[in-house]
Design a protein around this ligand. Structure first.
Ligand code: IPM
Ligand code: MG
Length: 361
């Protein structure tokens, strides 16, 4: 029987629409091959939503997302909207989407693609074989903690503050996801905090340690975030799965991504419980090359693969896409961001066509 899925597509801003269009073409081929049916519903978010409706996350968009089986997002933001007040910034739309759907678990893999190893800023012997997953808490911590704000104190000085807070159950639920992911990967979990200074981190560490009793097969370690940043650069192969809070995860996942040298290749997934997942590339909207047919669509396409694997439970379809990406790279085709000597430079659309051909074999 044909499986039917309702997908909300959020092309967003900058290169978003170009790379989304490649992912949609890929999904259409996948549908035929694996006897799936996708119903595509486009919606507005980010800067393009601000231009049309005055707000970065229209109610209608959130409603559509909630009614779908999965949400595929491209990228948001651009210079044009950078100076608007915070509640009208594109980023606020993204945060609203995460909290509105209660997507508390953010999965950010950083895998070295063998064909692109030269693109890494690190030496080959350090980076070779790196395959790690950052599990970032996404709906709590200092990003959403209250109270917060900027106020004028009795001494006449302005003070800005945010609150880094985690409830025990918030730590438990993200740690559980991380333990389970570690079990499916290399069986090692490193929890990152700042427990030498922060009370919130002490609670984090205590809860993760307690939960480890339920996962005797997982090798758990703890690192302070400053040390974790250093270790990620010094010897990244020691890591398998990393679990950490919202802010530390924001920083470390960018660090992990750049190690691979190809941020244009990295997908991500944001998952909750009993809600549709959100799948998006790690990179941004690259407004400087928007509309020029220069963008690398592979992270978007790999996000669609992640959607199939983690959101729709179609691992074979996911693998088929990943294999096609591998084959196109193996054949020497590159977009500008991952170009190196003796390879063939192609644009976004041409890369899409090559993928389609690779999918059809
Ligand atoms: C990310 C981004 C966002 C974040 C911004 C755009 C709000 O940096 O997804 O990592 O800080 O979470
Ligand atoms: Mg970030």
């Amino acid at each position: 029987m044909t499986q039917n899925y309702r997908l909300t597509l959020l092309p967003g801003d900058g290169i978003g629409p170009e790379i989304m269009s490649v992912a949609v073409d890929v999904l259409k081929v996948i549908a035929k091959r694996f006897d799936l049916e996708f119903e595509f519903h486009y919606a507005l978010v980010g800067g393009s939503a601000i231009d049309e409706t005055g707000e970065p996350l229209p109610q209608e968009t959130l409603k559509q997302c909630k009614e779908s089986d999965a949400v595929l997002l491209a990228a948001i933001g651009g210079y044009k909207w950078d100076n608007l007040p915070r509640h009208q910034r594109p980023e606020t739309g993204l945060l609203g989407l995460r909290s509105g759907l209660q997507l508390f678990a953010n999965l950010r893999p950083a895998t070295i693609v063998p064909q692109l190893i030269e693109a890494s800023p690190l030496k080959r012997e350090i980076i070779e074989g790196v395959d790690l997953m950052v599990v970032r808490e996404l709906t709590g911590g200092i990003y959403f903690g209250e109270p917060k704000g900027i106020f004028t104190d009795t001494d006449g000085h302005q003070r800005g503050f945010n609150t880094m807070v985690y409830a025990d159950w918030e730590v438990d639920r993200i740690a559980k996801v991380a333990f389970e992911i570690a079990a499916k990967r290399g069986g090692k979990l490193c929890s990152v905090d700042k427990a030498n200074v922060l009370d919130v981190s002490q609670l984090w560490r205590d809860r993760v340690t307690l939960l480890a009793n339920d996962y005797p097969e997982i090798e758990l370690s703890h690192l302070y975030v400053d040390n974790a940043a250093m270790q990620l650069v010094r010897s990244p192969r020691q890591f398998d799965t990393i679990v950490t809070g919202n802010l530390f995860g924001d920083i470390l996942s960018d660090l992990a991504a750049v190690l691979t040298g190809s941020i244009g290749m990295l997908p991500s997934a944001s998952l909750g419980q009993g809600v549709p997942g959100l799948f998006e590339p790690v990179h941004g909207s690259a407004p400087d090359i928007a509309g020029m047919d220069k963008a690398n669509p592979l992270a978007q396409v790999l996000s669609a693969a992640m959607m199939l694997r983690y959101g729709l439970d179609q691992p074979q379809a996911a693998s088929h896409i990943e294999q096609a990406v591998h084959n196109v790279l193996e054949a020497g085709y590159r977009t500008g961001d991952i170009m190196s000597r003796e390879m063939t430079l192609v644009g976004c659309q041409a890369m899409g066509k090559l993928l389609i051909t690779a999918l059809e074999v």
